[in-house]
Design a protein around this ligand. Sequence first.
Ligand code: BG6
Length: 488
Amino acid sequence: MNNLNASTPPLDMVIFGGVGDLSVRKLLPALYMAHRHNNLPAQTRIHALGRQPWRRDEFLAFIQDKVVGFIDEAAMQAPLWQSFLDRLHYTTIDATRSEDFAHLGQALQPGADRVYYLATAPSLFTQIGKHLHGAGLIDARSRVVLEKPLGHDLASARQINDEVGRYFEEAQIFRIDHYLGKETVQNLMVLRFGNSIFEPLWRSPHIKSIQITVAESVGVGSRAGFYDGTGAMRDMIQNHLLQLLCIVAMEPPVSLDADAVRDEKLKVLRSLRPMSVADVASNTVRGQYSAGASGGESAKGYAQEDHVPPGSSTETFVALKAHINNWRWANVPIFLRTGKRLAERRSEIVIEFADLPFTIFSDTPRQSVNRLMIRLQPEEHVQLQMMAKEPGSGMRLRPVNLNLDLESAFTERRAEAYERLLIDVIKGRLTHFMRRDELEAAWAWCDPILQGWQQLGDKPKAYTAGSWGPAASSALMAREGSAWVEEA
Ligand code: BG6
């Protein structure tokens, strides 16, 4: 990462929801790391905004108490931490009161670039935009960062985009999907477009199926208040999994320019085959975890978690089969799967290559012997499964893996997603942020699925915490002659 030089203008990073969960767990630790590695402009102020009427010493005590635990111990150095705290400011704000914004204006540096990070409920975006505008705090260099959830369906996403669009131009709006900030996800583009060997095979009929899994071992934790009204489809598929799919399936962009990349991603989203109610019934599976075990300890069922309303039918698991209606992907089933309280934390993309047309080896199946497995987390590696001859007499074949261990191949520090994305915002790089049309195209595809479940009166299928989800998810694959890759 390039450090910023002394001629970079001052920066005011203003975080609405500045003492909320996201800010404490992700944003402030990421900004500390950016500060530590000299990636913030010399004159940067970070303004945390909240409703608490705190004095500076009370705010700093809160930061000391809550934020430090989210920073890697090895990265904590007292003088650097102190100089980071010197950059932090706290302003009490009620987003509905215009007077408070005048007060905020006084805390900002004259002539600074301004980044407004809206880590609040979207219901506050309009008020915030209106009052920032009213106080004259938005200029052509200002940027706004929007956190998900950006809507709960297409109509509400459009409304949010319209409202924010009243005060900011599209080129000033950074819609964050933190998956796009992950090193491994960015590396996917390099795997595809920085190597010549895969691209000729990266299509139908050479690829038989694609599976994308984002499995979490954690449950809903203390977030049921938010999660119960959201569910896995809106929380994960609509954004993270569809974004991963876009990178896997898009055509080569003409450059890394933000719009060149986003144009190609948009084409993928617009090519997703819309699902009818009958498709929803046969091509999707919803699940909800029941009591089981996770990490060797007993785990509650979703229904028993704090703040989950009785009888909740919110899904904590989704598996589905999608199709992309274009030449490259015609007839290639694409399986997406995500869930909480699954057997392990694992994000993985598996490209299953075509079956052998014919085999000369008796006792050896023809089916999909070659697979490219791209593990995104917790560890980062790429494996290409090939067939090899078992040593000994006779011609017995066994799959073996060509392994590319990216963690040991590179010794450089890997920045966390939020750190990387915040630096992109500061530098004005939009490539790894969602454009309005992308976000809306993703909702346009998800809406009929959500509506289909409603029309069908679909109840999520129970799965035991610590398993790989409901049996129906494996059946969905089996019908296409495939299976989820679940071995380590
Ligand atoms: C968030 C979801 O966007 O992503 C959470 O709201 C989920 O429910 C999280 O746990 C997963 O992110 P990661 O980086 O831990 O895979």
